[in-house]
Design a protein around this ligand. Sequence first.
Ligand code: SAH
Ligand code: SF4
Length: 353
Amino acid sequence: MNLPPTDLYGLTLGELRALLAGWGLNPIHAALVWKRLYLGLSGSVDGAGELPAAVRARLLAHTRVGVLPVAAEAESSDGFTRKYLLGLGDGQRIEAVLMRFAGRVTACVSSQAGCAMGCVFCATGQMGYRRHLTAAEIVAQVVHVARAQGAGEGGGRVRNVVFMGMGEPLHNYDAVMRASDILRDPAGLALSAERITLSTVGVAPAIRRMADEARPIHLAVSLHAATQEEREALVPAARKWPLDELMDACRHFSSTLRRRIFFEWTLIDGRNDTEGHARAVGRLVGGLPAQVNLIPLNPTAGYGGLPSRSEAARRFQRILSEEFGLPSTVRQRRGIDIAAGCGQLATPRAGPA
Ligand code: SAH
Ligand code: SF4
């Protein structure tokens, strides 16, 4: 069966109004549809008694609601992390993660099926690139997590979204920005821009574009190394967007938007966790309003490195703080037992749709 091409999860509220108006219907009904999708978290407009029959009939005939079916799910043994394998319409699969700790509910979403950037220590990079996700497929992941969260104990709606799942969000700029606009709509999921964070491998021109378009969401840049040579060995995309160019783009971002940037650093034992490395990070980002997020390496099948010891992480933090006045955090290791940690998301090659 051919499904209607317009996925309601991919439309802004304004576009939905325009769609109704174009059919000669009163655009005011868009608000009801929106409420049903994002407050009721209902995956269908069918049975929406409050909608006039003509609106419902048109929507049912010409649009769909792209709910992503769950192919598998797993919960970490500590109960804080839940990972979902979700199916896409063409048979591809992606993963999304629900994280619940310290009273916060966070959805970690994918922006692509696979990733083209090839970072050596990342399971998504190791699987290669399949395709970009649409804005609707990104929004649908957050809706899924919100619904799953509502169903569990503890209540609390999704308040944080991180683009730290599969894929490089700035390689899929338009869809990711459209999705973040839809997620922020105050009449819908109403996420605060303050609580949306996009993590990038360092696509310098797209960082500049975010600044020039005054995108309100947070930026996290995956650094991992503070010299071009060391960075290229871990992050092949650094050849395309060299460190100098990346740091120029970061300076442009922070001077244009006057916002702090997060720098991520995967801590690999003996590889990038010495005192010298900490000082190199300090010198590189010290002049910017920044915070460094240290992520002890999570295991993946294709990379043999080990996570730094906790003393090395503490020493790294101390140098950043005492010598450069840079705040830092060490990311807690959560969901490792279900391979839901940073860089562990990967899906087997999809079967036929
Ligand atoms: N493509 C984006 C976002 C997804 S990865 C990016 O690279 O930033 C989210 C974070 O997890 C990135 O900082 C990434 O470098 C880090 N990461 C990747 N593999 C990891 C691993 N095996 N252990 C710890 N962190 C990892
Ligand atoms: Fe892609 Fe990010 Fe993984 Fe690198 S770390 S391969 S950019 S998902």
